[in-house]
Write a protein that binds this ligand. Structure first.
Ligand SMILES: Nc1ncnc2c1ncn2[C@@H]1O[C@H](COP(=O)(O)OP(=O)(O)OP(=O)(O)O)[C@@H](O)[C@H]1O
Length: 272
């Protein structure tokens, strides 16, 4: 399989996908360059998490191809998927930690699950990863004893425990105060560069995400509405994009999930 974008670690080619009748992604094509931070943004329900699930092989594209390192994820069998997922770290919304395991054991978990490394080596790796997120000293704490921002950093250390090539972050900043949010964003950038990772960040926080991203992809209606460097996207004239990045308060993005009209549901006309 020859990649259209030779420097891409992940590539979607003309991908169509829906959970049922309703298509979520329509002929979507995008490339995630190696070693870079790609931000995936767009209105709620636009399909961002769905893209991550297709990359992780949780779902298969109905049409088109999802390539990881040049191989079609949709064509992989279970052992191949398992091997591919070992090369990926995932940090999902709120990066839930195992509440009955210490900070140390949370980070050690993937190493114990996926490797047969001796205990001494596991210890060194865990402490190295915790050090990378500034929490080596917190190893003995339980999740209930750490702040929300710290918990997110522990989850980040866990996501990079197996030295992944790709890390996917789904709303890594959700629920964080502005200071923790800034810290988490800078950490994602720092780890990306220090460890030579490729990162995909799904986020609604325009300011912080634009600060750390090399490439921004804005999804709307299951397609790419804009793509480019943060500056290029900021300069976009597309009304959807302008509304999303906050340049225009009013715009074409619908507030309501598609469904029957108010008149159909209530038999009267109500201003929304
Ligand atoms: N497992 C599922 N079964 C059925 N429909 C789903 C499922 N997961 C998501 N959807 C629908 O698919 C659409 C896209 O969802 P997705 O979570 O990918 O969007 P998103 O851009 O990540 O949204 P948000 O920013 O709100 O998290 C939504 O309309 C959602 O309701």
């Amino acid at each position: 399989m020859t990649a259209l974008h030779p420097d891409a670690l992940v590539e979607l080619r003309d991908v169509t996908f829906g959970y049922g009748e309703r298509p979520v992604l329509r002929d979507l094509s995008l490339a995630v360059p190696r070693g870079k931070v790609t931000a995936l943004m767009g209105a709620s329900g636009g399909g961002k998490t769905t893209v991550l699930r297709l990359i992780g092989g949780q779902y298969r594209a109905q049409r088109g191809e999802v390539l990881f390192d040049g191989k079609d994820v949709g064509g992989m069998n279970e052992p191949q998927l398992y091997a591919m997922r070992r090369r990926m770290g995932m940090l999902f919304q709120f990066g839930a930690l195992f509440t009955d395991l210490s900070v140390f054991e949370n980070v050690a978990f993937p190493l114990r699950e996926h490797t047969k490394l001796p205990e001494a080596l596991i210890r060194d790796i865990v402490l190295m990863k915790l050090s990378a997120v500034g929490l080596r000293g917190a190893r003995g704490l339980m999740p209930a004893q750490v702040s929300g921002g710290m918990a997110r950093r522990v989850a980040l250390a866990r996501a990079i425990a197996l030295d992944p090539e790709l890390v996917m972050y789904d709303e890594p900043f959700a629920g964080l105060d502005p200071i923790s949010l800034g810290t988490a964003a800078r950490l994602i950038r720092k780890l990306n560069d220090a460890l030579g990772i490729t990162s995909i960040v799904v986020s609604h926080d325009v300011q912080e995400t634009f600060m750390i991203a090399d490439q921004v992809v804005i999804l709307a209606d299951g397609q790419v509405a804009a793509q480019g460097t943060p500056d290029e996207v900021r300069a976009s004239g597309n009304p959807l994009v302008r509304q999303f990045i906050g340049a225009d308060a009013e715009g074409p993005v619908r507030f309501h999930y598609p469904g029957p009209t108010v008149e159909q549901d209530f038999g009267v006309e109500i201003a929304e």
